[in-house]
Design a binder for this molecule. Structure first.
Ligand code: IMP
Length: 185
């Protein structure tokens, strides 16, 4: 079986591939733009995205929507994370938090998987905080400013270390369990 990983982000493809290894599933990276509805809920974005992709006759795929939710910014950038990353970037988020002592935040990741027309939806969270400066060269997006333990940024972790604690790692482990049940691995 070939599962299409529909995303424009190569960083995510690698994370999915590592996590789904050993299930007897081949993966294929597909770049296929689809509308991301304007809503404050990651799951709703994913469900609508799946509907649109299926309406084009496509089956056996995964999509995900993820975002960084900062408590003192009332959840911003949240579902607008991609836009915030493109416009104000990590430095903009750091500027918004200047002088702020409550730096708690979390990454959320919702994955939608179509397997032969059946829907699997899983959600993963990674609790942490926003650092005071960018650190590390690995990862992508907000990785240099997010820390799960208040010490290392996600961009300072090896890919395997990030998988073990990240929102996408947590979500994809749940997806792996669901797929394993269906494929009787
Ligand atoms: P989307 O899920 O592709 O819409 O991602 C939303 C935004 O969150 C993008 O700008 C990503 O760079 C950022 N993002 C999503 N996942 C991660 C992650 O694991 N690390 C850092 N940034 C992330």
């Amino acid at each position: 079986m070939i599962l299409k990983i529909i995303t424009s982000n190569p960083g995510k493809v690698e994370e999915f591939r590592r996590a789904l290894g050993g299930l007897g599933i081949d993966t294929e990276h597909v770049r296929l733009p689809y509308d991301e509805v304007q809503t404050s809920d990651l799951e709703e974005v994913v469900r609508k995205g799946m509907e649109e992709i299926r309406s084009r006759g496509i089956r056996d795929f995964i999509i995900d929507d993820s975002g960084l939710f900062v408590d003192s910014l009332r959840g911003f950038p949240g579902v607008w994370s991609a836009y915030a990353q493109k416009t104000i970037g990590n430095r903009g988020i750091l500027r918004l938090l200047e002088g702020e002592t409550d730096r708690r935040g979390r990454f959320g990741c919702c994955i939608g998987c179509d397997i032969g027309g059946e829907t699997i939806i899983v959600m993963g969270i990674s609790e942490g905080s926003i650092l005071h400066e960018e650190r590390g060269l690995g990862g992508f997006g907000f990785d240099p400013i997010f820390s799960h333990d208040g010490v290392s940024s996600f961009a300072e972790l090896s890919p395997e270390e990030k998988d073990a604690v990240s929102h996408r790692g947590n979500a994809v482990r749940l997806l792996r369990e669901e797929l394993a049940k269906r494929l009787l691995v």
